[in-house]
Each structure stands twice: as structure tokens, then as C-alpha cells.
Design a protein around this ligand. Structure first.
Ligand SMILES: Nc1ncnc2c1ncn2[C@@H]1O[C@H](COP(=O)(O)OP(=O)(O)OP(=O)(O)O)[C@@H](O)[C@H]1O
Length: 259
């Protein structure tokens, strides 16, 4: 079983004038089949944490490991989705999705079959021939997620992928994301500013507090799994258990530090 493991990690940016730690002694494990969301106030270090897991940054202290091996850079087993979807606007939708497969040396036929299947899975089967610039924001995010899944990653790391979408598209994307997560058996890490989104999608919600960024609260949840088992999203979100958990998370984010 694959495991992405942050052990007692700290992070100081060399460029920061005061060299104050941005992350302080954070320990967090993400196994395949889990869905972890990271929430917290602006500047609490969410993106920095994801960048450590992605291998874009190295910790100043502690260890970032994948299956016990030190993470020394990005790897194909860890796919990243950003808010700015980093697609090639002038290329065909299908070619954007197939790009990681091309880099992995797969044949044109294999790339095409896999890209088409993924586009079907995200509801864009009929858009494959279009150029990225011809798509809506929600459609582009779906292409970004399809591309991230193309190389069959063990971990899907997402930094505010739905932040720019309207509420209705976002709700639709939640269902889609859960289905793709289940089908891929990947471990998911999501950064979001929405407590409700985190709680609905995740098996674990981790709250960071700033200065220095550290874990102050963890909430276990199973609403996403219940949705996948057939329960209604709106009903789940209006349950007393959901509302109480949302309030606990809200309190954890906005807690006042002792003077
Ligand atoms: N490259 C960098 N060099 C120096 N400081 C940085 C760098 N990147 C981020 N920081 C600082 O690290 C802290 C955490 O930033 P980070 O982007 O990880 O937080 P965040 O929780 O994702 O914030 P937001 O919710 O606003 O996106 C901030 O104080 C930020 O100014």
C-alpha cells in the first residue's frame, strides 16, 4: 500500500527576510484511498505543504517520504492540479489530456484510447477535438483533472482546483471528483477555502493555523463515501452531524490564540 508521509516537517523560505518558519513540525500521512483536505486561514502554509508533498519544495527540517523513500522532486506517481489549470490553450483538448502519456513514451494509439476514456469519464467526450480556449472554466478544470489522472497517479494533489467556479458547477464537480477518486483508488489531497467542500469530500479534514503553519485540528468524515454509496448530497449537508462538524472546523480555523 502506497503512503505519502510528512514526518515532523518544517519549512523556512530562504528568501524570507525574517527567516520565520512557514511550517512547523507537521506530521501527516496520506494513504491510497484516503481523501485529505487542508484548510486554514490565508498564509497558514497550505500551498507550501502541498508543494512539499509534490516535491516542488524540500523541507528545512523533518522528512517528506513516499513509500519510505525521500521525496527529492516531482514524480509521476504524484499528479498535481492547480487552480490556474496550466493547460495549453491552443492545443486540442485530447492532446492536453494525453500529454503525460506522451512524456511517458506511450504509443499514439494507446494515448488516444486513454485520453478518450478519461474525457468520457469527466463528461467531455464530445469536446475532445476542441481547443482549450473554446471551453468554459468548469470544462477546463475537468480537462485538468483528466490530465492529472492520465498517468494513473497514486496520489492526486489539488491546490484550489475548483476555486474559480460558480456554486452550481462546483457542486457538480464534487460528485465527479468523488467518482474519479473512487475509480482511481488514488490518495487525494485537496487545498480549499471552503469548509463545506472539505467536509463533504474528505475522509479527513486538517486545519492549519498560521505563524508558524501548524496542524491545530483534524476532523474525520465519511460524507463523500456516503454520497458515493447513493445518499443525496443536499440531505447529507443538512444533517445535524454535518452542521456540527462544520462548526467545529469553523471554530478551529478562527480560534483566537491565548494572549
Ligand atoms: N516563495 C516564497 N518565498 C517566501 N515566502 C513565501 C513563499 N511562498 C509563500 N511564502 C510565505 O509563506 C506563508 C505561507 O504561504 P502559503 O502560500 O503556503 O499559504 P496558504 O495557506 O496557501 O495561503 P493562501 O490561502 O493565501 O493561498 C505566507 O506567509 C507566504 O507569504
Amino acid at each position: 500500500m502506497s503512503l505519502l508521509s510528512l514526518q515532523n516537517v518544517s519549512l523556512v523560505y530562504d528568501e524570507a527576510p525574517d527567516r520565520a518558519p512557514v511550517l512547523h513540525r507537521i506530521s501527516l500521512d496520506l494513504a491510497r484511498g484516503e481523501f485529505i483536505s487542508i484548510i486554514g486561514r490565508s498564509g497558514s502554509g497550505k500551498t507550501s505543504l502541498l508543494n512539499l508533498a509534490a516535491g516542488f519544495l524540500r523541507p528545512s527540517g523533518g522528512r517528506a517520504l513516499i513509500d519510505g523513500r525521500e521525496i527529492t522532486g516531482p514524480g509521476r506517481e504524484r499528479a498535481v492540479v492547480f487552480q490556474d489549470d496550466a493547460l495549453y490553450p491552443w492545443k486540442r483538448v485530447e492532446d492536453n489530456v494525453a500529454l503525460p502519456l506522451k512524456l511517458a513514451g506511450q504509443t499514439r494509439a494507446a494515448r488516444r484510447t486513454r485520453a478518450r476514456a478519461l474525457l468520457e469519464a469527466v463528461g467531455l467526450g464530445s469536446e475532445a477535438e476542441k481547443r482549450i480556449w473554446q471551453l468554459s472554466g468548469g470544462q477546463r478544470q475537468r480537462v485538468g483533472i483528466a490530465r492529472a489522472l492520465a498517468a494513473d497517479p497514486e496520489f492526486l494533489l489539488m491546490d484550489e482546483p475548483l476555486g474559480a467556479l460558480d456554486a452550481m458547477t462546483r457542486d457538480h464537480m464534487h460528485g465527479l471528483l468523488l467518482q474519479l477518486w473512487q475509480a482511481s483508488h488514488a490518495g487525494a489531497m485537496l487545498i480549499t477555502h471552503s469548509i463545506e467542500e472539505a467536509l463533504f469530500l474528505s475522509t479527513r479534514v486538517v486545519v492549519l493555523a498560521p505563524n508558524p503553519g501548524r496542524i491545530v485540528y483534524v476532523e474525520e468524515a465519511d460524507f463523500g463515501r456516503r454520497f458515493l454509496a447513493g445518499e443525496d448530497a443536499r440531505q447529507l449537508k443538512s444533517e445535524p452531524g454535518f452542521i456540527a462538524a462544520r462548526e467545529r472546523l469553523n471554530d478551529a480555523i478562527y480560534f483566537k490564540e491565548a494572549a
